[in-house]
Ligand binder design. Structure first.
Ligand SMILES: NC(=O)c1ccc[n+]([C@@H]2O[C@H](COP(=O)([O-])OP(=O)(O)OC[C@H]3O[C@@H](n4cnc5c(N)ncnc54)[C@H](OP(=O)(O)O)[C@@H]3O)[C@@H](O)[C@H]2O)c1
Length: 332
């Protein structure tokens, strides 16, 4: 495993492990014993960066993922960087597969969230605490002020923002230095490349979520792929819809061809592409499968030259591709 530094001094494995899909958004939760084993295996492979959130769960067990991660990793607490998130809950009444998000970053809610997360994670500190989505009602400076207090109290060590824009990053950072943003970033979703200059100026890391476009870029899915209609967000994600699979063939072929040239897999190339762009980008792929944990870790070993990355970017710029899932609707 390789390692990277995000923010001023937070050392993390160059590939993190996104734990969401073990409990949330990708069908019924996976078997707890198997996932506990998988998390242990991740430690053995050198993963030190684990990503969860207070809302990763099911209607029956809304905080399933933090409980799983906390329990599985408690023996390794000091060796790892544990990241979790506050500031949203789901609108369970909306009847959608991917429930709408209701932001809530009121100071009293953040304080309650942090206590509950600490308890579920079986720890007395969180290494990296993200605001999951901006709250349009609570100024980001007020949120940053609460975080500053939590840092002084030793309950959190670093903080970050998810799906953050330049304006929010700058306002937040001015009150309490931000270590990382966690935004959607993949070959199918490149909007946040516009933040690179700001991140470099402020020395903030970019944690890339859904780096393989929810698995689509691995090339392991086709028109016959079936997803549980009630609990698997992929059943409604544009990139997985049968009519869009044809539209995305050129992209999958580019990945396949590059993978062959580099003696790698499409999954690895989709992440090597971003990691070779900037040394402060850290993808956090999710998986439930031990062999993919190994495969994904090796993405950090694939070297692409500057020219190769530019050539991939140029190909992507000109390519026809379908829309990609852009996240659940945010209720105002
Ligand atoms: N901040 C936010 O708002 C936000 C939003 C979404 C996600 N996240 C974080 O980002 C993490 C990753 O995002 P994600 O899970 O949405 O997307 P992703 O990492 O792009 O894709 C995950 C999917 O890809 C499959 N997969 C993983 N490795 C593979 C490989 N080598 N070959 C073939 N298939 C592979 C997995 O299936 P198997 O399980 O079957 O391997 C899983 O269904 C999440 O776990 C979560 O921690 C954050």
């Amino acid at each position: 495993m390789q390692y990277r530094t995000i923010g001023k001094d937070l050392k993390v494995s160059a590939i993190g492990l996104g734990c969401m899909g073990m409990s949330h958004a990708y069908g019924a939760p996976a078997d707890k014993k198997e996932m506990t084993k998988l998390l242990e295996q991740a430690i053995d492979l050198g993963y030190t960066f684990f990503d969860t959130a207070e809302v990763y769960g099911t209607p029956e067990n809304p905080h399933d993922n933090e409980e799983l991660v906390g329990n599985a990793l408690k023996a390794h607490r000091k060796e790892i960087v544990l990241a979790t998130k506050f500031g949203i809950h789901f609108d369970m009444s909306d009847g959608k597969v991917n429930h709408s998000l209701i932001p809530d970053s009121r100071p009293e809610t953040i304080r309650e969230s942090v206590e509950n997360s600490l308890q579920r994670l079986q720890t007395d500190y969180i290494d990296l605490y993200y605001q999951h989505r901006l709250d349009p009602v609570v100024p980001i400076e007020e949120v940053a002020g609460v975080i500053l207090e939590l840092i002084k109290e030793g309950k959190i060590l670093h903080w970050g923002l998810s799906e953050a824009t330049e304006e929010t990053i700058r306002k937040a950072h001015a009150v309490c230095p931000v270590t990382a943003i966690q935004n959607r970033y993949s070959m199918m979703y490149r909007e946040y490349e516009s933040l690179f200059d700001t991140l470099e100026e402020l020395k903030i890391g970019f944690v890339a979520f859904s780096p393989m476009a929810n698995g689509f870029l691995t090339g392991k899915y086709d028109k016959n792929s079936k997803f549980e209609s009630g609990s698997d967000y992929r059943s409604v994600m544009p990139q997985f819809q049968a009519e869009n699979i044809d539209k995305n063939q050129e992209l999958l072929e580019l990945l396949h061809k590059t993978a062959k040239e580099k003696n790698a897999t499409s999954a690895q190339i989709s992440m090597a592409w971003m990691m070779n762009k900037k040394e402060y980008i850290v993808p956090i792929p999710g998986t439930r499968k031990p062999e993919r944990l190994i495969e994904n870790a090796k993405a950090a070993d694939i070297a692409l030259t500057k020219e190769e990355v530019i050539a991939l970017d140029q190909a992507l710029d000109q390519m026809e591709m379908s829309e990609v899932f852009g996240g659940s609707q945010i209720k105002k």
